[in-house]
Design a protein around this ligand. Structure first.
Ligand SMILES: C[S@@+](CC[C@H](N)C(=O)[O-])C[C@H]1O[C@@H](n2cnc3c(N)ncnc32)[C@H](O)[C@@H]1O
Length: 230
């Protein structure tokens, strides 16, 4: 994910002195690369999870007051005092249920003409894993919003973005079968599914999903977005 994030970062035009919002900074790995492109600029690192912000603070300590941290939900109006010059986000938007509200909230803090460059899971993402889960009798589609480019363009334009481009790309990703795959499913990909199960059924569920996967190459699909605030 960090590698994907770095590739997305290359799409963001920067002079080096801007104020940029990293929307969903996580542990700050990609934020670190963003700060490297802003020698005289600043970053607001925003995330909903206090534990992630603790880790990001630790990782980004050396940047001093060039980075500030905000705990917030991107699905709600953002508590920022000043407009930002750009919004950057990786691997986060699919966790926000209401994408229309998400883009309205981001547009509200972005200065006119400012760039939004982002990537998240898109339509068709991990379809094979979701099919296996459904085949096992869990009707829950998961906590994610995997949108199409068409839906995304319409939502972004309605929120006040212009020159909107949105597209999907496949990122098939091989995970080592066996214990590494099961750990990955349990702790990352299917964590929300596992958490909903009684403890004594969790390991069997993860094992069964791993056994039934058609391939250890997981069918990741990314939704890319580039736009400017109108
Ligand atoms: C997979 S991490 C991505 C971190 C980083 N951007 C990267 O690419 O490595 C997704 C992050 O989104 C955050 N997140 C999920 N839902 C959110 C929401 N509604 N508002 C803000 N952050 C959210 C999670 O806490 C997590 O840190």
């Amino acid at each position: 994910m960090t590698r994907w994030g770095s590739a997305v970062l290359e799409r963001l035009p920067l002079a080096g002195d801007e104020l940029v919002l990293d929307a969903g900074c996580g542990s700050g790995r990609v934020t670190e690369a963003l700060l490297a492109r802003l020698p005289t600029g600043r970053v607001i690192a925003a995330d909903a999870a206090p534990s992630m912000l603790v880790e990001a603070r630790r990782r980004l300590e050396r940047f001093g007051d060039r980075v500030s941290f905000v705990e917030c939900d991107l699905g709600r109006p953002l508590p920022l005092d000043t407009p930002v010059d750009a919004v950057f986000s990786t691997a986060t938007f699919h966790w926000v249920a209401d994408h229309q509200a998400l883009f309205v909230n981001l547009a509200a803090v972005l200065r006119p003409g400012g760039w939004l460059v982002a990537q998240c899971g898109g339509a068709g993402n991990i379809a094979s894993v979701r099919q296996v889960v459904a085949d096992l009798g869990d009707p829950w589609p998961g906590p994610w919003t995997f949108a199409t480019p068409e839906e995304t363009v319409a939502r972004m334009e309605a929120a006040g973005f212009v020159d909107v481009q949105a597209w999907l790309n496949d990122e098939p990703t091989w995970i080592e079968p066996g214990e590494p795959m099961e750990t990955f499913l349990r702790t990352v990909m299917l964590r929300a599914h596992v958490d909903r199960l009684p403890e004594d059924r969790q390991s069997a569920f993860v094992h069964e999903v791993a056994e039934r996967l058609p391939s250890p190459e997981l069918d990741y699909v990314r939704l890319n977005m580039v736009a400017r605030r109108g």
